[in-house]
Design a protein around this ligand. Structure first.
Ligand code: FAD
Length: 442
């Protein structure tokens, strides 16, 4: 089997992790490989044997001693393809090594292969105890996840109308949770490349998700989607956490990093996706330590990895609906469950104030957006757009590529008053009748 990367790398965008093979698929020095071996045990794997398969949870870390391990992606028709091969002193895994989520890809010995298997608990000890190796591994695991997202590998297929509110909701959920997917937009491609017929689907049943193994989810809620993708982690009602953090915006993630790094057992409960409001920002320029700025999504991804590296657990698509502080341990209500904890950090951020305008409900999520990420920008490309609000998020909207045909920047509110100015309101109402897209935050 020829490794595709040396030949692919020359043709790739330099920002593509697969163009940075030395960092994304590094080869450890012999000295480093020797230290890794002390954390695991040697194994001989016969050619064709799977080390792990897509959908399994809690898989181990494998370092190749000699031979080769193939990484396989499965397409929506159930066919497998090898997308990279690890050889001597290279290793398996991506960000799911730090959580209990279902893994996205499968791994198979290409021929008779010797490996070192490092079990989950020992892997965490390795990353913490050998900082130089931990850095190489962490960088590779983050880049590999970015590569999977960029190339739609290990993901699912979303079929639906590109401007439909539910298609956008599902797309947003997966993007913000760093889950790879491919969109088949039925506005551009009405039969979705033959998928609708193949899965016996009618257009009124859209959007749907085709999961690996060809399971179909029809317009799932966020919780159903998170369960279907294996993003939800099992919550143990008998465990008492040292710290439970409600909300995984920048404040909640920061609290999780500091709590977990002090050795406290830490659980983060998040109703949507890590990053909170900041996760929707195209570029944040005033966060300490990022002189050239960073996108909200990248910031959230880094903070999440950091928290998980220290052992914090993140429960996604879990909304806290009640808090009982009448006795210790405290209890947080999450659906039918009660989570027990000695400390609660509430970091639930802000909720958007909605515009009180004619036709508002009709357009929310499909024309009215509360942030201008690259996803919304693609949807508005070439359209007239009205921006409501005058603070920094509004300032980002007109600069988000690709450019809109006309951008009207209506500074209807200020950070202080946060009130619509009546004359401006009537201008916006008028604009709304003739305009297809909105970006607003009031
Ligand atoms: C488009 C945009 C651009 C921005 N740009 C900048 C910038 O450049 N610089 C800057 O300094 N600030 C910027 N901000 C503001 C910054 O993002 C916020 O100040 C910051 O995100 C607040 O962090 P937080 O963790 O307190 O709350 P949030 O980010 O609001 O996070 C709260 C989290 O809690 C979750 N949650 C709420 N209720 C529950 C519940 N009951 N159960 C479970 N989870 C719950 C939410 O889903 C959310 O993820 C921007 C904001 C936006 C929207």
């Amino acid at each position: 089997m020829v490794d595709p990367y040396p030949t692919m790398a020359g043709d790739l965008d330099p920002a593509d992790p697969y163009a940075r093979a030395a960092q994304t698929f590094p080869c450890l020095s012999e000295e480093m490989a020797g230290r890794v071996a002390r954390y695991g045990s040697p194994e001989h794997i016969e050619g064709g044997t799977f080390l792990f398969e897509r959908g399994q949870r809690s898989v181990d870390f494998f370092l190749v001693v000699d031979g080769a391990i193939e990484m396989l992606d499965m397409d929506a028709h159930g066919a497998s393809t090898v997308f990279t091969t690890h050889r001597a002193r290279q290793f398996t895994g991506e960000m799911d090594l730090f959580n209990e989520r279902k893994v996205l890809v499968s791994s198979r010995a290409a021929g008779n292969t010797r490996v070192v298997r490092v079990k989950r608990g020992d892997f965490k000890r390795l990353v913490a105890g050998e900082p130089d190796i931990g850095e190489v591994i962490m960088r590779a695991l983050i880049l590999r996840r970015v590569g999977l997202i960029r190339h739609g590998q290990g993901g699912v297929v979303l079929i639906g109308p590109g401007h439909g509110a539910d298609t956008l909701r599902l797309q947003r959920f997966m993007t913000r949770n760093g889950y790879p997917f491919q969109l088949l937009d039925t506005e551009r491609n009405p039969d979705a490349g033959g998928f609708l017929e193949c899965f016996d689907l009618a257009s009124h049943q859209l959007p749907v998700l085709i999961l690996a193994g060809q399971e179909v989810l029809r317009n799932p809620s966020s919780l159903q989607l998170a369960d279907g993708l294996g993003l939800t982690e099992t919550l143990d009602p008998d465990k008492v956490y040292d710290v439970a953090v409600v909300g995984a915006g920048p404040s909640g993630l920061a609290a999780a990093v500091y709590a977990a790094s002090e050795g406290l057992s830490t659980l983060v409960l998040e109703s949507t996706a890590p990053g909170g409001q900041a996760g929707t920002s195209s570029k944040i320029e005033n966060y300490l330590g990022f002189p050239t700025g960073i996108s909200g999504q990248a910031l959230a991804g880094r903070a999440q990895s950091q928290a998980q590296k220290f052992g914090a657990r993140l429960a996604i698509a879990r909304t806290v609906t009640g808090l009982d502080c009448s006795r210790l341990p405290y209890r947080l209500r999450v659906g039918e469950l009660a989570v027990q904890t000695r400390t609660v950090v509430v970091a639930t951020g802000a909720r958007y104030r909605r515009l009180d305008l004619e036709n508002y409900a009709k357009f929310e999520g499909q024309g009215i957006h509360y942030a201008a990420t690259s996803m919304e920008a693609q949807l508005c490309a070439g359209d007239d757009v009205v921006v409501v609000g005058g603070a920094n998020s509004a300032g980002q909207a007109p600069t988000c590529p690709p450019p809109c045909r006309t951008t009207w920047y209506s500074a209807l509110s200020t950070r202080r008053t946060s009130r619509c100015i009546p004359s401006a309101r009537s201008r916006v109402s008028k604009a709304m009748r003739s305009c297809t897209s909105w970006v607003g935050r009031t």
